[in-house]
Design a protein around this ligand. Structure first.
Ligand code: UDP
Length: 474
Protein backbone atom coordinates (compact mmCIF):
# COMPACT_ATOMS: atom_id res chain seq x y z
CA UNK A 1 0.00 0.00 0.00
CA UNK A 2 1.31 3.47 -0.85
CA UNK A 3 2.09 6.00 1.82
CA UNK A 4 2.78 9.71 1.80
CA UNK A 5 6.08 11.49 2.13
CA UNK A 6 7.17 12.85 5.49
CA UNK A 7 7.05 16.43 4.14
CA UNK A 8 3.25 16.47 4.43
CA UNK A 9 1.53 18.45 7.19
CA UNK A 10 1.71 16.48 10.42
CA UNK A 11 -1.68 15.14 11.47
CA UNK A 12 -3.00 14.01 14.81
CA UNK A 13 -6.08 11.81 14.89
CA UNK A 14 -7.80 10.95 18.17
CA UNK A 15 -9.80 7.72 18.25
CA UNK A 16 -12.43 6.76 20.82
CA UNK A 17 -13.51 3.13 20.35
CA UNK A 18 -16.60 1.70 22.03
CA UNK A 19 -15.98 -1.08 24.52
CA UNK A 20 -17.23 -4.07 22.56
CA UNK A 21 -14.86 -6.21 20.52
CA UNK A 22 -16.92 -5.88 17.33
CA UNK A 23 -16.62 -2.08 17.61
CA UNK A 24 -13.02 -1.88 18.88
CA UNK A 25 -11.32 -4.33 16.49
CA UNK A 26 -12.14 -2.48 13.22
CA UNK A 27 -10.98 0.82 14.75
CA UNK A 28 -7.65 -0.81 15.64
CA UNK A 29 -7.37 -1.90 12.01
CA UNK A 30 -8.21 1.66 10.96
CA UNK A 31 -5.38 2.92 13.18
CA UNK A 32 -2.99 0.61 11.35
CA UNK A 33 -4.37 1.84 8.03
CA UNK A 34 -3.81 5.50 8.97
CA UNK A 35 -0.15 4.75 9.74
CA UNK A 36 0.19 3.00 6.38
CA UNK A 37 -1.50 5.82 4.55
CA UNK A 38 0.64 8.64 5.96
CA UNK A 39 4.04 8.59 7.51
CA UNK A 40 3.53 11.95 9.18
CA UNK A 41 0.66 11.08 11.48
CA UNK A 42 0.10 10.60 15.19
CA UNK A 43 -2.80 8.56 16.54
CA UNK A 44 -4.03 8.72 20.13
CA UNK A 45 -6.55 6.18 21.36
CA UNK A 46 -8.69 6.78 24.43
CA UNK A 47 -9.94 3.75 26.30
CA UNK A 48 -10.54 2.53 29.85
CA UNK A 49 -8.06 0.70 32.11
CA UNK A 50 -9.67 -2.71 31.63
CA UNK A 51 -9.82 -2.42 27.82
CA UNK A 52 -6.33 -1.06 27.43
CA UNK A 53 -4.32 -4.37 27.49
CA UNK A 54 -6.25 -5.74 24.48
CA UNK A 55 -5.65 -2.52 22.54
CA UNK A 56 -1.98 -2.29 23.54
CA UNK A 57 -1.37 -5.86 22.48
CA UNK A 58 -3.19 -5.44 19.17
CA UNK A 59 -1.27 -2.28 18.31
CA UNK A 60 2.09 -3.32 19.80
CA UNK A 61 3.84 -2.79 16.46
CA UNK A 62 2.47 0.73 15.84
CA UNK A 63 3.28 4.14 17.28
CA UNK A 64 -0.25 4.70 18.59
CA UNK A 65 -0.45 6.40 22.00
CA UNK A 66 -3.00 5.04 24.42
CA UNK A 67 -4.64 7.13 27.12
CA UNK A 68 -6.57 5.35 29.87
CA UNK A 69 -9.74 6.86 31.33
CA UNK A 70 -11.31 5.98 34.67
CA UNK A 71 -14.52 4.08 34.10
CA UNK A 72 -17.24 5.14 36.55
CA UNK A 73 -17.73 3.14 39.70
CA UNK A 74 -21.11 1.55 40.23
CA UNK A 75 -23.60 3.51 38.10
CA UNK A 76 -26.39 0.98 37.53
CA UNK A 77 -27.82 -1.55 39.99
CA UNK A 78 -27.51 -4.48 37.58
CA UNK A 79 -24.06 -3.68 36.17
CA UNK A 80 -21.42 -5.01 38.53
CA UNK A 81 -18.53 -2.74 39.44
CA UNK A 82 -15.48 -3.42 37.28
CA UNK A 83 -17.46 -4.29 34.16
CA UNK A 84 -15.97 -2.04 31.47
CA UNK A 85 -17.00 -3.84 28.29
CA UNK A 86 -20.19 -5.12 26.74
CA UNK A 87 -18.99 -8.75 26.59
CA UNK A 88 -18.68 -8.74 30.39
CA UNK A 89 -22.26 -7.56 31.02
CA UNK A 90 -24.43 -10.10 32.86
CA UNK A 91 -27.02 -9.70 30.08
CA UNK A 92 -27.10 -7.96 26.72
CA UNK A 93 -30.36 -6.31 27.80
CA UNK A 94 -28.08 -3.96 29.78
CA UNK A 95 -26.46 -2.57 26.62
CA UNK A 96 -28.32 0.75 26.65
CA UNK A 97 -27.74 1.43 30.39
CA UNK A 98 -24.06 0.59 29.80
CA UNK A 99 -23.88 2.97 26.83
CA UNK A 100 -25.50 5.71 28.88
CA UNK A 101 -23.04 5.03 31.72
CA UNK A 102 -20.14 5.84 29.41
CA UNK A 103 -21.23 9.47 29.66
CA UNK A 104 -19.45 9.50 33.02
CA UNK A 105 -16.21 9.33 31.01
CA UNK A 106 -16.98 12.68 29.42
CA UNK A 107 -15.47 15.14 31.96
CA UNK A 108 -12.08 13.38 32.03
CA UNK A 109 -12.10 12.84 28.26
CA UNK A 110 -12.97 16.51 27.64
CA UNK A 111 -10.17 17.75 29.91
CA UNK A 112 -7.47 15.60 28.32
CA UNK A 113 -8.77 16.17 24.79
CA UNK A 114 -8.70 19.93 25.39
CA UNK A 115 -5.09 19.67 26.59
CA UNK A 116 -4.08 17.93 23.33
CA UNK A 117 -5.38 20.84 21.32
CA UNK A 118 -4.31 22.64 19.10
CA UNK A 119 -2.60 19.61 17.65
CA UNK A 120 -5.70 17.50 17.00
CA UNK A 121 -6.85 17.35 13.38
CA UNK A 122 -9.87 15.12 13.89
CA UNK A 123 -11.79 12.99 16.38
CA UNK A 124 -13.02 9.59 15.23
CA UNK A 125 -15.44 8.28 17.79
CA UNK A 126 -17.88 5.41 17.89
CA UNK A 127 -21.54 6.24 17.19
CA UNK A 128 -22.33 4.97 20.69
CA UNK A 129 -20.55 8.00 22.21
CA UNK A 130 -22.90 10.83 21.18
CA UNK A 131 -21.55 12.90 24.06
CA UNK A 132 -18.13 13.15 22.37
CA UNK A 133 -19.57 15.59 19.83
CA UNK A 134 -19.81 18.36 22.42
CA UNK A 135 -16.12 18.97 23.07
CA UNK A 136 -15.20 18.49 19.40
CA UNK A 137 -17.77 21.12 18.42
CA UNK A 138 -16.59 23.50 21.15
CA UNK A 139 -13.00 23.25 19.94
CA UNK A 140 -14.00 23.32 16.24
CA UNK A 141 -12.41 19.94 15.65
CA UNK A 142 -14.28 17.74 13.16
CA UNK A 143 -15.85 14.64 14.65
CA UNK A 144 -16.23 11.60 12.39
CA UNK A 145 -18.55 8.84 13.56
CA UNK A 146 -17.38 5.28 13.30
CA UNK A 147 -20.31 3.03 12.49
CA UNK A 148 -19.34 -0.62 12.29
CA UNK A 149 -22.56 -1.71 10.54
CA UNK A 150 -23.08 -2.26 6.81
CA UNK A 151 -24.56 0.36 4.48
CA UNK A 152 -27.49 -1.93 3.74
CA UNK A 153 -28.39 -2.36 7.41
CA UNK A 154 -28.20 1.38 8.03
CA UNK A 155 -30.27 2.15 4.93
CA UNK A 156 -32.94 -0.34 6.03
CA UNK A 157 -33.03 1.11 9.55
CA UNK A 158 -33.19 4.61 8.14
CA UNK A 159 -36.06 3.77 5.80
CA UNK A 160 -37.89 2.16 8.64
CA UNK A 161 -37.35 5.00 11.06
CA UNK A 162 -38.24 7.77 8.62
CA UNK A 163 -41.39 5.91 7.57
CA UNK A 164 -40.49 6.00 3.88
CA UNK A 165 -41.63 2.44 3.39
CA UNK A 166 -44.77 0.57 2.59
CA UNK A 167 -45.85 -2.41 4.57
CA UNK A 168 -47.98 -5.01 2.93
CA UNK A 169 -50.39 -5.84 5.70
CA UNK A 170 -50.94 -9.42 4.48
CA UNK A 171 -47.46 -10.84 4.62
CA UNK A 172 -45.67 -7.97 6.32
CA UNK A 173 -43.10 -7.67 3.57
CA UNK A 174 -41.53 -4.31 3.09
CA UNK A 175 -41.76 -3.04 -0.46
CA UNK A 176 -38.53 -1.17 -0.45
CA UNK A 177 -37.50 1.83 -2.54
CA UNK A 178 -37.31 1.08 -6.31
CA UNK A 179 -33.64 2.06 -6.57
CA UNK A 180 -32.79 -0.59 -4.00
CA UNK A 181 -32.55 -4.31 -4.67
CA UNK A 182 -35.65 -6.28 -3.74
CA UNK A 183 -34.56 -7.94 -0.52
CA UNK A 184 -37.46 -9.78 1.07
CA UNK A 185 -37.43 -7.94 4.37
CA UNK A 186 -40.01 -8.60 7.00
CA UNK A 187 -40.87 -6.51 10.01
CA UNK A 188 -39.47 -9.34 12.03
CA UNK A 189 -35.99 -8.75 10.61
CA UNK A 190 -35.69 -5.54 12.62
CA UNK A 191 -35.46 -5.48 16.40
CA UNK A 192 -38.88 -4.63 17.90
CA UNK A 193 -37.37 -1.63 19.69
CA UNK A 194 -36.80 -0.09 16.24
CA UNK A 195 -39.81 -1.36 14.30
CA UNK A 196 -42.12 -0.30 17.11
CA UNK A 197 -40.26 2.25 19.25
CA UNK A 198 -41.75 2.99 22.65
CA UNK A 199 -40.98 6.00 24.80
CA UNK A 200 -38.20 5.18 27.23
CA UNK A 201 -34.51 4.77 27.80
CA UNK A 202 -33.85 2.80 24.59
CA UNK A 203 -35.56 5.26 22.25
CA UNK A 204 -34.01 8.24 24.06
CA UNK A 205 -30.51 6.83 23.65
CA UNK A 206 -30.83 6.04 19.95
CA UNK A 207 -32.41 9.45 19.30
CA UNK A 208 -29.36 11.02 20.94
CA UNK A 209 -27.08 8.88 18.73
CA UNK A 210 -28.91 9.93 15.56
CA UNK A 211 -28.85 13.61 16.56
CA UNK A 212 -25.11 13.53 17.25
CA UNK A 213 -24.40 11.69 14.00
CA UNK A 214 -26.38 14.25 12.02
CA UNK A 215 -24.07 16.97 13.38
CA UNK A 216 -20.86 15.06 12.66
CA UNK A 217 -18.63 15.69 9.65
CA UNK A 218 -19.16 12.21 8.30
CA UNK A 219 -19.57 8.53 9.03
CA UNK A 220 -16.76 6.06 8.53
CA UNK A 221 -18.14 2.67 7.47
CA UNK A 222 -16.29 -0.61 7.40
CA UNK A 223 -17.34 -1.72 3.93
CA UNK A 224 -16.32 -1.25 0.31
CA UNK A 225 -18.26 0.26 -2.56
CA UNK A 226 -18.26 -2.83 -4.78
CA UNK A 227 -19.95 -4.93 -2.10
CA UNK A 228 -23.15 -2.90 -1.74
CA UNK A 229 -23.08 -0.09 -4.34
CA UNK A 230 -26.83 0.64 -4.43
CA UNK A 231 -26.88 1.08 -0.67
CA UNK A 232 -23.81 3.33 -0.56
CA UNK A 233 -25.31 5.47 -3.34
CA UNK A 234 -28.71 5.53 -1.66
CA UNK A 235 -27.25 6.62 1.68
CA UNK A 236 -25.14 9.36 0.20
CA UNK A 237 -27.98 10.62 -2.00
CA UNK A 238 -30.72 10.59 0.61
CA UNK A 239 -28.87 11.15 3.88
CA UNK A 240 -26.29 13.20 5.59
CA UNK A 241 -23.64 13.26 6.77
CA UNK A 242 -21.75 11.44 4.06
CA UNK A 243 -20.74 7.82 4.62
CA UNK A 244 -17.07 7.16 3.83
CA UNK A 245 -16.55 3.48 3.03
CA UNK A 246 -13.04 2.52 4.03
CA UNK A 247 -12.93 -1.22 4.24
CA UNK A 248 -12.85 -4.08 4.66
CA UNK A 249 -10.63 -3.15 7.58
CA UNK A 250 -10.05 -6.78 8.53
CA UNK A 251 -7.51 -6.87 5.69
CA UNK A 252 -5.29 -4.95 8.10
CA UNK A 253 -5.50 -7.72 10.71
CA UNK A 254 -2.10 -8.97 11.78
CA UNK A 255 -1.20 -12.55 12.47
CA UNK A 256 -1.64 -13.55 16.11
CA UNK A 257 1.46 -12.87 18.23
CA UNK A 258 3.63 -15.92 17.66
CA UNK A 259 3.64 -18.37 20.51
CA UNK A 260 5.86 -21.38 21.00
CA UNK A 261 3.01 -23.76 20.41
CA UNK A 262 0.05 -23.52 18.06
CA UNK A 263 -3.31 -23.39 19.84
CA UNK A 264 -4.95 -26.78 20.22
CA UNK A 265 -7.63 -25.95 17.64
CA UNK A 266 -5.11 -24.99 14.97
CA UNK A 267 -3.32 -28.30 15.54
CA UNK A 268 -6.70 -30.01 15.19
CA UNK A 269 -7.41 -28.13 11.93
CA UNK A 270 -3.93 -29.10 10.65
CA UNK A 271 -4.80 -32.75 11.29
CA UNK A 272 -8.10 -32.41 9.38
CA UNK A 273 -6.18 -30.88 6.49
CA UNK A 274 -3.71 -33.77 6.47
CA UNK A 275 -6.66 -36.16 6.29
CA UNK A 276 -8.17 -34.16 3.42
CA UNK A 277 -11.25 -33.11 5.42
CA UNK A 278 -13.31 -29.96 5.01
CA UNK A 279 -14.28 -28.23 8.26
CA UNK A 280 -17.25 -26.04 9.17
CA UNK A 281 -16.31 -23.27 11.62
CA UNK A 282 -19.15 -22.38 14.00
CA UNK A 283 -19.02 -19.16 16.04
CA UNK A 284 -21.44 -16.42 17.03
CA UNK A 285 -19.16 -13.48 17.77
CA UNK A 286 -18.18 -11.94 21.06
CA UNK A 287 -21.58 -11.16 22.59
CA UNK A 288 -24.37 -13.37 21.29
CA UNK A 289 -26.64 -15.00 23.84
CA UNK A 290 -27.99 -18.35 22.63
CA UNK A 291 -30.44 -20.27 24.81
CA UNK A 292 -29.50 -23.74 26.07
CA UNK A 293 -32.46 -25.20 24.11
CA UNK A 294 -31.21 -23.58 20.89
CA UNK A 295 -27.65 -24.75 21.55
CA UNK A 296 -28.92 -28.32 21.84
CA UNK A 297 -30.70 -28.07 18.49
CA UNK A 298 -27.50 -26.73 16.91
CA UNK A 299 -25.57 -29.63 18.43
CA UNK A 300 -27.99 -32.25 17.07
CA UNK A 301 -28.04 -30.54 13.67
CA UNK A 302 -24.24 -30.56 13.51
CA UNK A 303 -24.07 -34.18 14.65
CA UNK A 304 -26.64 -35.34 12.10
CA UNK A 305 -25.04 -33.39 9.26
CA UNK A 306 -22.07 -35.78 9.33
CA UNK A 307 -19.70 -32.84 8.71
CA UNK A 308 -16.45 -32.07 10.54
CA UNK A 309 -16.83 -28.93 12.61
CA UNK A 310 -15.01 -26.62 15.01
CA UNK A 311 -17.41 -24.83 17.34
CA UNK A 312 -16.38 -21.86 19.49
CA UNK A 313 -18.97 -21.58 22.21
CA UNK A 314 -19.69 -18.77 24.60
CA UNK A 315 -21.67 -20.08 27.56
CA UNK A 316 -22.66 -18.85 30.97
CA UNK A 317 -20.67 -20.76 33.65
CA UNK A 318 -23.43 -23.19 34.76
CA UNK A 319 -24.14 -24.32 31.18
CA UNK A 320 -20.52 -25.34 30.65
CA UNK A 321 -21.13 -28.48 32.66
CA UNK A 322 -24.39 -29.21 30.84
CA UNK A 323 -24.74 -33.01 30.71
CA UNK A 324 -26.32 -33.01 27.26
CA UNK A 325 -23.40 -31.03 25.81
CA UNK A 326 -20.81 -33.29 27.48
CA UNK A 327 -22.43 -36.39 26.00
CA UNK A 328 -22.65 -34.68 22.62
CA UNK A 329 -18.95 -33.84 22.77
CA UNK A 330 -18.15 -37.45 23.50
CA UNK A 331 -20.29 -38.71 20.58
CA UNK A 332 -18.74 -36.39 17.98
CA UNK A 333 -15.15 -36.86 19.16
CA UNK A 334 -12.81 -37.08 16.20
CA UNK A 335 -15.05 -35.11 13.90
CA UNK A 336 -16.17 -32.20 16.04
CA UNK A 337 -14.10 -29.94 18.29
CA UNK A 338 -15.69 -27.63 20.87
CA UNK A 339 -13.83 -24.77 22.52
CA UNK A 340 -15.67 -23.04 25.34
CA UNK A 341 -15.34 -19.46 26.52
CA UNK A 342 -11.98 -18.81 24.89
CA UNK A 343 -10.86 -15.97 22.69
CA UNK A 344 -9.67 -17.37 19.36
CA UNK A 345 -7.98 -15.72 16.41
CA UNK A 346 -11.03 -15.84 14.12
CA UNK A 347 -9.27 -14.43 11.05
CA UNK A 348 -6.52 -17.05 11.51
CA UNK A 349 -9.13 -19.82 11.70
CA UNK A 350 -11.00 -18.62 8.62
CA UNK A 351 -7.73 -18.49 6.71
CA UNK A 352 -6.95 -22.14 7.54
CA UNK A 353 -6.99 -24.15 4.33
CA UNK A 354 -9.40 -26.80 5.59
CA UNK A 355 -12.09 -24.32 6.72
CA UNK A 356 -14.70 -24.42 4.01
CA UNK A 357 -17.78 -22.94 5.62
CA UNK A 358 -18.65 -20.56 8.46
CA UNK A 359 -21.83 -20.89 10.49
CA UNK A 360 -22.03 -17.37 11.86
CA UNK A 361 -24.42 -15.00 13.64
CA UNK A 362 -23.56 -12.59 10.78
CA UNK A 363 -22.08 -9.81 12.86
CA UNK A 364 -20.80 -7.43 10.18
CA UNK A 365 -17.12 -8.04 11.03
CA UNK A 366 -17.63 -11.79 10.73
CA UNK A 367 -19.29 -11.39 7.31
CA UNK A 368 -16.37 -9.25 6.06
CA UNK A 369 -13.77 -11.62 7.52
CA UNK A 370 -15.44 -14.55 5.78
CA UNK A 371 -15.40 -12.67 2.47
CA UNK A 372 -11.74 -11.79 2.92
CA UNK A 373 -10.88 -15.46 3.41
CA UNK A 374 -13.24 -16.70 0.65
CA UNK A 375 -15.30 -18.79 3.06
CA UNK A 376 -19.05 -19.05 2.34
CA UNK A 377 -21.47 -18.50 5.23
CA UNK A 378 -24.40 -20.13 6.92
CA UNK A 379 -26.21 -17.21 8.55
CA UNK A 380 -27.61 -17.92 12.00
CA UNK A 381 -28.63 -14.42 13.14
CA UNK A 382 -29.41 -13.69 16.76
CA UNK A 383 -29.90 -9.98 17.33
CA UNK A 384 -29.27 -6.38 16.17
CA UNK A 385 -28.44 -6.01 12.44
CA UNK A 386 -27.60 -9.71 12.06
CA UNK A 387 -30.96 -10.68 10.51
CA UNK A 388 -30.48 -8.08 7.79
CA UNK A 389 -26.90 -9.19 7.20
CA UNK A 390 -27.96 -12.84 6.94
CA UNK A 391 -30.54 -11.92 4.29
CA UNK A 392 -27.92 -9.94 2.39
CA UNK A 393 -25.52 -12.90 2.53
CA UNK A 394 -27.96 -15.23 0.81
CA UNK A 395 -30.23 -12.97 -1.21
CA UNK A 396 -27.93 -10.17 -2.42
CA UNK A 397 -24.25 -11.16 -2.12
CA UNK A 398 -25.15 -14.82 -2.82
CA UNK A 399 -22.22 -16.01 -0.77
CA UNK A 400 -24.06 -18.35 1.54
CA UNK A 401 -27.31 -19.64 2.96
CA UNK A 402 -29.28 -18.78 6.07
CA UNK A 403 -31.54 -20.56 8.51
CA UNK A 404 -35.26 -19.86 8.16
CA UNK A 405 -38.32 -20.83 10.13
CA UNK A 406 -41.30 -22.53 8.44
CA UNK A 407 -42.88 -19.14 7.70
CA UNK A 408 -39.72 -17.75 6.10
CA UNK A 409 -38.49 -15.73 9.05
CA UNK A 410 -34.81 -15.46 9.94
CA UNK A 411 -35.68 -14.78 13.59
CA UNK A 412 -36.93 -17.45 15.92
CA UNK A 413 -36.15 -20.90 17.14
CA UNK A 414 -34.44 -23.16 14.63
CA UNK A 415 -34.87 -26.90 14.91
CA UNK A 416 -32.07 -29.41 14.40
CA UNK A 417 -33.48 -30.56 11.06
CA UNK A 418 -33.28 -27.06 9.57
CA UNK A 419 -29.71 -26.69 10.86
CA UNK A 420 -28.67 -30.12 9.55
CA UNK A 421 -30.08 -29.36 6.08
CA UNK A 422 -28.48 -25.93 5.89
CA UNK A 423 -25.11 -27.25 7.03
CA UNK A 424 -25.26 -29.93 4.33
CA UNK A 425 -26.23 -27.32 1.73
CA UNK A 426 -23.33 -25.06 2.73
CA UNK A 427 -20.74 -27.83 2.85
CA UNK A 428 -21.82 -29.40 -0.46
CA UNK A 429 -18.75 -28.16 -2.26
CA UNK A 430 -19.51 -30.01 -5.49
CA UNK A 431 -23.21 -29.09 -5.64
CA UNK A 432 -24.42 -26.33 -7.96
CA UNK A 433 -25.27 -23.92 -5.12
CA UNK A 434 -22.08 -24.80 -3.24
CA UNK A 435 -19.97 -24.00 -6.31
CA UNK A 436 -21.90 -20.80 -7.00
CA UNK A 437 -21.48 -19.35 -3.50
CA UNK A 438 -17.78 -20.23 -3.46
CA UNK A 439 -17.30 -18.55 -6.82
CA UNK A 440 -19.15 -15.43 -5.62
CA UNK A 441 -17.25 -15.17 -2.36
CA UNK A 442 -13.93 -15.44 -4.25
CA UNK A 443 -15.02 -12.64 -6.58
CA UNK A 444 -15.88 -10.39 -3.60
CA UNK A 445 -12.60 -11.32 -1.96
CA UNK A 446 -10.72 -10.07 -5.00
CA UNK A 447 -12.80 -6.89 -5.14
CA UNK A 448 -12.20 -6.32 -1.42
CA UNK A 449 -8.43 -6.63 -1.83
CA UNK A 450 -8.46 -4.32 -4.86
CA UNK A 451 -10.52 -1.75 -2.94
CA UNK A 452 -7.87 -1.45 -0.25
CA UNK A 453 -4.81 -0.85 -2.41
CA UNK A 454 -3.70 2.34 -4.21
CA UNK A 455 -6.29 3.31 -6.84
CA UNK A 456 -8.95 1.09 -5.24
CA UNK A 457 -12.30 2.51 -4.07
CA UNK A 458 -11.60 2.41 -0.31
CA UNK A 459 -8.11 3.82 -0.73
CA UNK A 460 -9.44 6.67 -2.90
CA UNK A 461 -12.15 7.33 -0.31
CA UNK A 462 -9.51 7.57 2.41
CA UNK A 463 -7.54 10.03 0.25
CA UNK A 464 -10.65 12.17 -0.16
CA UNK A 465 -11.50 11.98 3.53
CA UNK A 466 -8.00 13.14 4.36
CA UNK A 467 -8.22 16.06 1.92
CA UNK A 468 -11.76 17.17 2.68
CA UNK A 469 -12.00 16.65 6.43
CA UNK A 470 -8.84 15.65 8.27
CA UNK A 471 -6.08 17.73 6.62
CA UNK A 472 -8.43 20.68 6.32
CA UNK A 473 -8.22 21.08 10.04
CA UNK A 474 -4.50 20.43 10.46
N1 UDP B 1 -13.57 -12.43 17.48
C1 UDP B 1 -12.36 -13.09 17.59
N2 UDP B 1 -12.28 -14.14 18.44
C2 UDP B 1 -13.33 -14.57 19.18
C3 UDP B 1 -14.56 -13.88 19.05
C4 UDP B 1 -14.65 -12.81 18.20
O1 UDP B 1 -11.36 -12.75 16.92
O2 UDP B 1 -13.16 -15.53 19.93
C5 UDP B 1 -13.63 -11.22 16.63
C6 UDP B 1 -14.17 -11.50 15.24
O3 UDP B 1 -13.14 -11.93 14.38
C7 UDP B 1 -14.74 -10.14 14.86
C8 UDP B 1 -15.24 -9.58 16.19
O4 UDP B 1 -14.54 -10.29 17.20
O5 UDP B 1 -13.70 -9.30 14.39
C9 UDP B 1 -16.71 -9.80 16.38
O6 UDP B 1 -17.40 -8.91 15.59
P1 UDP B 1 -18.76 -9.27 14.87
O7 UDP B 1 -19.25 -8.02 14.22
O8 UDP B 1 -18.59 -10.43 13.97
O9 UDP B 1 -19.72 -9.74 16.03
P2 UDP B 1 -20.09 -9.15 17.49
O10 UDP B 1 -19.16 -9.79 18.44
O11 UDP B 1 -19.94 -7.67 17.43
O12 UDP B 1 -21.50 -9.61 17.66
Amino acid sequence: MPSSSSSETPLHVVILPFMAKGHTIPLLHLTRLLFLHRSNIAVTIFTTHANSPFIRQSLHDTKASIIELNFPQKFHPEIPQGVESVDKLPSQSLLVPFCKGTKFLQPEFDTIFRSLRPNVSCLISDVFFPWSLEIAAKLSIPRLDFDGASNSAMVFYDILMTQEFLVDSDDELFSVIPSLPDIKLTKNDIEPEFSNPQPGEHTDFYTEVIMATSKSKGIIRNSFYELEPEFVDYWNRENSPKAWNIGPLCLLATKAVSCAEKPLWIQWLDERLEKGKSVLYVAFGSLAEVTVEQLREIAIGLENSGEHFFWVLRLPEPSIRDEFMSEFEERVKGRGLLVKNQWVDQVGILSHECVNGFMSHCGWNSVLESICESVPLLGFPITADQHLNARMVEEYFRIGVKVVTRNGSVRGFFGSECIENKVKELMDIEGEKGKEMRKNVRIFNEKARNAMVGGGSSWRTLNLLMDEVICNNA
